[in-house]
Ligand binder design. Structure first.
Ligand code: PA5
Length: 437
């Protein structure tokens, strides 16, 4: 992964030095947590990428459950119990699923309660799944009591039991130890994977939450972890200018202070859109807080948005380039593509002649470079992440880099990066309404 910022992030040297200095003690603290392998602290997700315990539990369960016949992995979970898995799956496979209908296994994500989607999943179960080993159902919930997750599972379990009476063997529950879901699953002798107590949803992609589903469908989870370890190492660098997480957090914070409170992740690869949605949760829930540690009612937050190049240049590009200067942007692209295609002999001779003989990747690179020049001309700050290519290592690197960036950013903003007290508000109200119906 390359991280480029110097000529474009528009942070004055003295300001950068001041912020990097402020983060020094916290960087040391994180390093100690990694060295001591502490799992009793909020930052303990840092120890997931090299946790032998997690890897052993996940690989053992994959060996038991994921036969060669597996076609559909139904992933029931929402928010942090879903977004990281979806980010990696969509990047590598999901985005292309429609074009590769015969590639299996596929993950079907059921997060919110969508009756039409559920009916279609039920139809798929009754019409397409021939034997129980073609399907695996994973119910993921840290709390074990999220309405949408329990609702989706209950809607699907009867048709599954009706078709395959021994379906319990094809269920896996991923949850907090001793959550109500854990206890129910234990009673029914359903395989369970533990979400470590101190790992919150949005930091859980390298726990069984992400590794189990991804590993079951053949994604190389060891490479994903290897990428994460590489990013963790870089994010602990003491030479701050070589530490992307420190720089990125400082830049976002600096611009936030300059009233740029929108953080735009601009992916020049459509398959990375779900990665952007994962980041939205990471930033939204980690930074959006009513109270800061040292100031009540500080009402802090930075709004994360996801853009896709070049698609969104044709929709919101005008706003970004011509509208209010309220955003800090990070462009994300691949250095090389897994596949490419050259425009050889043109069919229409007089249209856009400059694409002649060029590869599609070259055209995309020109669009990205053109966009960067336009940003510079407008005085808009940006950073750039160039991932080597679309593979597990690069995705692991990105995910870990961003989780550590968020910890640094929360430290600068003086907020708790690990709680989400206001998410509970709607959950509580929903349950109250349902009780009254
Ligand atoms: O980050 C979070 O804590 C939330 O987004 C949760 O992941 C989400 O609400 C789902 O909760 P649970 O995993 O308890 O079902």
């Amino acid at each position: 992964m390359k991280f480029l910022f110097e000529k474009s992030f528009l942070v004055p040297d003295n300001e950068l030095a001041r912020l990097l200095d402020r983060l020094k003690p916290y960087r040391s603290q994180l390093e100690k947590i990694i060295r001591s392998r502490k799992n009793s602290v909020d930052e303990s997700s840092l120890n997931l990428p090299d946790s032998q315990e997690v890897l052993t539990a996940v690989e053992k369960t994959i060996d038991e459950k994921a036969s060669e016949n597996l076609k559909y992995f139904i992933n029931i979970g929402i928010g942090g119990s879903n977004l990281g898995t979806k980010a990696v799956y969509d990047s590598l496979f999901g985005f292309f699923d429609l074009l590769e209908p015969d590639r299996y296994p596929k993950i079907i994500f059921a997060d919110t309660n969508n009756p039409d989607q559920l009916v279609k999943i039920k139809r798929l179960i009754s019409q397409k799944i021939k034997s129980a080993d073609e399907v695996l159902v994973n119910i993921i919930s840290k709390s074990g009591g999220t309405t949408e997750t329990v609702g989706n599972f209950e809607a699907l379990v009867r048709p599954l039991i009706n078709k395959f009476p021994s379906i319990n063997k094809r269920l896996v529950v991923t949850t907090g130890k001793n959550s109500p879901l854990w206890q129910e699953a234990e009673k029914k002798n359903i395989t369970r994977l533990i979400i470590p107590e101190k790992v919150g949803g949005r930091y859980s992609v390298f726990s069984p939450v992400g590794l189990f589903p991804l590993g079951c469908i053949g994604i190389n989870i060891r490479e994903l972890r290897r990428g994460a370890l590489r990013a963790r190492e870089q994010s602990m660098q003491t030479t701050s200018l070589k530490n992307p997480a420190l720089i990125s957090a400082s830049a976002i914070y600096y611009h936030y202070q300059q009233k740029k409170n929108i953080c735009n992740n601009f992916f020049f690869a459509g398959e990375l859109e779900s990665l952007g949605k994962w980041y939205r949760q990471l930033m939204g829930e980690s930074l959006g807080k009513t109270d800061c540690y040292h100031r009540k009612n500080c009402l802090t937050g930075i709004t994360p948005i996801v853009s896709i190049g070049s698609t969104d240049l044709h929709s919101v590009g005008q706003l970004y380039l011509g509208g209010p200067k309220d955003k800090i942007t990070t462009f994300v692209s691949f250095r090389k593509n897994r596949n490419d295609q050259r425009i050889e002999k043109r069919f229409f001779n007089r249209l856009v002649p400059m694409i002649d003989g060029k590869k599609l990747s070259t055209i995309m690179r020109a669009i990205l470079e053109g966009t960067k020049i336009a940003y510079k001309q407008q005085g808009l700050p940006f950073m750039e992440i160039v991932l080597e290519e679309n593979n597990e290592f690069a995705l692991g690197e990105y995910l870990q880099f961003k989780m550590i960036e968020m910890m640094y950013l929360a430290k600068l903003l003086d907020v708790n990066a690990f709680n989400q007290p206001h998410v509970e508000l709607y959950k509580k109200e929903t349950k109250r309404i349902l009780e009254g119906l």
